[in-house]
Design a protein around this ligand. Structure first.
Ligand SMILES: Cc1ncc(COP(=O)(O)O)c(C=O)c1O
Length: 449
């Protein structure tokens, strides 16, 4: 019997999804009355079944939907729940703090303890807090412009740092333009941003030489267009060039925290001027932080006029609220510990081995990449060197098929690419379940190709 072609496999999986998610389907239809596009956040329209599954509850590495389906969650709120869903110490601290006040505009002692812990992990001595990684990046970028007196920032092609205006840029035949899908950019992106390809030291040098770059904002490895690792020597060159050209180096650890307790920065001895981090550090409660080197902290302090420190375009009424700080203290102190990371990294390796074995067994021209407890597979043979190469390797049909195939068998992958993340609550059996589903999909796809 001939194996069905890929689009027939997709049709089969779509029908299976519809059949096993009637309540989600009904809620999605009803949601159109009062939610724009039928979803509370517009990018939820991109889930592969045509409508999102509606969740009822989540705990540890799993969640349930309204139809009673159970999932092993490797998306983990795209890192917001990397600590696992509702970890007990965070829940306890949040409940206790919520009963004693949620937001005050004065600090609690937790602020000191969290800053001390961030300093210990990431090596930067002075910290401020925000409620999202986007805001931490936005504030860091503004402060970099303020202290250097320079107008532009430099980012890497296909980066993602949240909804920071200056970063939603790309290269088109060497020119900086708004990235496709960038809604209503306030000014042309070439006025605010320089863009170079990841791992391209020559381009980096060339763009920094203009002398107008306040800061380079970089993830230590690209994680939002698949994982694109730095080549040996790239970080040394980046640090050396930014110093020589007087640009600050802002390292965004929001996703690369998956590399270890002190993120990629501690694992690889990076020396950023500013470090930003959000998502996981509050166990899912809105939290983010940005830290400064001693020298940059001094320059920032000098730049902030005390009497106008509330109108400088940096901050937020609810930022550094006592609930968020209680969540960060408990999550960092008791959940995302060194021991938890050891477990997560081990399972990351197990996940990678399982995927590689299935790729090999079916002789598929695919590859798998891992950064700590974050794993990504891409449907091309070569490992990409740049964001552009990774983006060119995306395969819409295969992406959709694999996500749906997994979803139909109780596994949630991160949307928009094929990424999986391990939490302290993830078990070896969860990883093996993914491996067997992935192997089943790989065999069917190989047969149909
Ligand atoms: C590296 C990185 N930085 C910042 C952000 C923004 O995070 P948030 O949407 O929570 O503000 C993201 C989101 O995916 C990210 O991947």
């Amino acid at each position: 019997m001939r194996a069905p072609p890929l689009d027939a496999l997709l049709e089969r999986e779509l029908a299976r999804f519809e059949g096993s998610h009637p309540r989600s389907r009904a809620l999605a239809a009803d949601a159109r009355r009062s939610l724009l596009g039928g979803v509370p956040m517009h990018w939820m329209v991109r889930w592969p079944g045509g409508f999102p599954v509606f969740a009822t509850e989540a705990a540890g590495a799993r969640f349930l939907d309204v139809d009673g389906n159970e999932y092993v969650d490797f998306c983990l709120g795209d890192t917001g729940a990397m600590a696992g869903h509702s970890p007990a110490p965070t829940v306890r601290a949040v409940a206790e703090q919520a009963a004693r006040g949620i937001t005050l505009m004065v600090p609690s002692e937790d602020a000191l303890r969290v800053a001390d812990e961030l300093a210990r992990r990431f090596g930067l001595p002075l910290w401020q807090f925000a409620l999202s990684a986007t805001d931490a990046n936005r504030f860091a970028v503004r402060l970099a412009r303020a202290v250097t007196g320079r107008p532009k920032i430099l980012v890497f092609n296909w980066c993602y740092h949240g909804t920071v205006d200056e970063t939603v840029a790309t290269l088109a035949e060497g020119r900086v333009v708004a990235r496709a899908g960038n809604l209503g950019p306030p000014v042309p992106l070439e006025e605010t941003t320089r863009v170079v390809e990841w791992n391209d030291v020559e381009a980096l040098e060339r763009e920094l030489a203009h002398g107008d770059v306040a800061c380079v904002l970089a993830e230590p490895a690209l994680t939002n267009v698949g994982i694109v690792l730095p080549e040996p020597g790239f970080h040394t060159a980046l640090r050396e060039a930014t110093r020589r050209h007087g640009a600050l180096l802002i390292i965004d650890e929001t996703h690369t925290f998956c590399a270890g307790p002190g993120g990629y920065t501690a694992a690889h001895g990076l020396e950023p001027d500013v470090l930003t981090i959000g998502k996981a550090i509050g166990g899912g409660i809105a939290s983010a932080a940005y830290g400064f080197s001693e020298e940059v902290a001094r320059r920032v302090q000098e730049a902030i006029p005390r009497d106008q420190s509330d109108v400088g375009g940096v901050g937020g009424t609810l930022a550094a609220n006592v609930l968020s700080l209680a969540a960060m203290r408990a999550t960092l102190g008791e959940v995302l510990t060194d021991a938890a990371f050891a477990h997560m990294l081990e399972l990351g390796e197990r996940f990678e081995r399982g995927v590689q074995a299935a790729i090999d067994a079916n002789a598929l021209p695919w590859h798998v990449t891992r950064l700590g407890c974050r794993i990504e597979y891409l449907f091309r043979a070569e490992t990409p060197r740049t964001g552009s190469e990774a983006a060119a390797g995306a395969d819409e049909l295969l992406d959709r098929l694999i996500h749906l195939y997994a979803l139909n068998r109780g596994i949630l992958l991160t949307p928009f690419h094929n990424m999986a993340l391990i939490s302290p609550a993830t078990a070896a059996g969860d990883v093996d379940r993914h491996t067997s589903v992935f192997a089943e999909a790989a065999a069917e796809i190989a047969a149909s190709a």
